[in-house]
Design a protein around this ligand. Structure first.
Ligand SMILES: *Cc1c(COP(=O)(O)O)cnc(C)c1O
Ligand code: SF4
Length: 332
């Protein structure tokens, strides 16, 4: 920051990032071109984590727009996970027999530059209307094989506690629903939103698993830890999901620090995702062979509790597959 004080408001334009000292003046035109196509949002919590003096800062890299985003590589796809063909009603994605996604909104606290839904997410898109939400809930009610409702988006914790609580209560009331899951970046990106009221909204009479998206150990600040603690005390079970990202966590040391930080926050690492080929994300790509080699280094070195499953989405909606690394009992 030029004056040394972190911003108190969320930064949503290239100019605001520059004024806060996070982007040099020379980078503003390129960032403005990116902003024509993709949303920008850097919360005060995230801005405070960025070291503007470090050109390789792993937090900045996740959130600050880069002109490389406007270059689509030949293998990149607008809908890399192919949600569209698996959408029985607006806001629902049903790809696996026993579980389905509900996307009540497409807004997020921050907009990650590598997001696989980057063509869809944004501040003013995708909030289901009352009628659309009713239709989505009716789909769950008449689909008895779906035992798990997974709220994602966008970020469901951007909803008001009252509205989120109402959706969860309605889903939990269905006899076939055994567990609820929420995927969110809010606890690390906007921990102030995790109020006691929000934690109370997540406490339903069915088990609720909250999968926290975090990619770097530094994201587990004191405020994030306090937010996660409020959730744990409300009975929420915390899981972690991360994306393997060039320049953010592509070393054994960075991954070890990330998974250890999760465990200290009572977050069990669940998935490490191979980057999905969304448009303009090539600068984050780490080859699968390299990801496997990094995980091999961690085997034996860190507690087994720290181990996520390394997964990749197959093309054309084929679903997730584990990527190993594979071991044989005789291997050294
Ligand atoms: C990832 C995903 C899920 C959840 O899969 P798990 O392996 O249970 O975490 C469910 N539905 C869709 C469409 C998904 O992409
Ligand atoms: S919080 Fe999740 S959905 Fe939102 S931009 Fe980041 S990766 Fe995408």
């Amino acid at each position: 920051m030029p004056d040394g004080t972190p911003p108190t408001r969320t930064l949503k334009t290239a100019r605001a990032l520059q004024a806060a000292g996070l982007l040099p003046e020379t980078a503003v035109p390129g960032a403005e071109a990116v902003a024509q196509r993709y949303s920008i949002s850097v919360t005060p919590a995230v801005a405070a984590l960025i070291d503007p003096a470090d050109p390789a800062d792993p937090i900045a890299r996740q959130y600050l727009p880069d002109p490389a985003e406007l270059v689509t590589a030949p293998h990149e796809l607008a809908d890399p996970t192919a949600d569209a063909p698996f959408t029985p009603v607006k806001g629902v994605v049903h790809r696996y027999p026993d579980r389905a996604l509900l996307k009540p909104l497409l807004a997020c606290p921050v907009y990650c530059r590598f997001c696989f839904r980057r063509e869809a997410v944004g501040p003013d898109g995708g909030l289901l209307t009352e009628a659309e939400l009713e239709a989505a809930l009716a789909w769950f009610a008449r689909t008895p094989e779906v035992r798990e409702a997974i709220l994602t988006g966008g970020d469901p914790l951007m909803l008001s506690p009252r509205r989120l609580g109402e959706i969860l209560r309605r889903l939990a009331a269905l006899p076939q629903i055994e567990i609820l899951r929420v995927h969110s970046r809010v606890p690390v990106a906007a921990p102030g939103l995790v109020t006691e009221a929000l934690a109370a909204a997540l406490a339903t009479d069915k088990p609720l698993y909250l999968c926290v998206h975090a990619n770097h150990a530094r994201e587990f600040t004191a405020e994030a830890m306090a937010a996660l603690d409020r959730l744990t005390r409300a009975g929420v079970v915390l899981l972690g999901q991360s994306v393997l990202l060039r320049g953010v966590n592509d070393s054994a040391d960075a991954l070890e620090a990330l998974f250890r930080a999760m465990l200290r926050a009572r977050v069990k690492p669940y998935y490490l995702h191979q980057l999905d080929p969304a448009p303009g994300t090539a600068r984050f790509a780490v080859p699968v062979a390299e990801g496997r080699a990094l995980l091999r280094v961690l085997r034996g070195r860190v507690t087994g509790l720290a181990w996520p499953t390394y997964v990749q989405e197959r093309p054309a909606g084929g679903g997730k597959v584990p990527l190993g690394p594979e071991y044989s009992p005789n291997e050294g």
